[in-house]
Unconditional design. Structure first.
Length: 87
């Protein structure tokens, strides 16, 4: 039970930190100063995870039919006799 309460307290503290970019940056700087090696290791793991996810997304997208440029096609408007455009 104590482990559940501790986990919920850590989760609540993490959510409170993430609500403000300034608090999150301050926590990151404090962690970097106090424990630089784990911070760099966690950063490297996060960068690797995001890179792998991006490569998988791109390769899957290209394999399934390629990428297409999305354009907006507007209907051709008729020019009114009074001048301007009639919809």
């Amino acid at each position: 039970m104590a482990a559940v309460i501790l986990a919920l307290a850590v989760l609540a503290a993490g959510c409170w930190l993430c609500l403000s970019p300034a608090r999150l940056a301050a926590a990151g700087v404090a962690l970097l100063i106090v424990h630089p090696v784990p911070t760099f290791a966690l950063t490297a793991v996060a960068v690797l995870a995001v890179t792998v996810a991006g490569v998988r997304l791109v390769s899957r997208s290209l394999r399934e039919g390629g990428w297409y440029l999305v354009t907006v096609q507007r209907p051709a408007f008729a020019v009114s006799r009074a001048g301007g455009v009639a919809s």
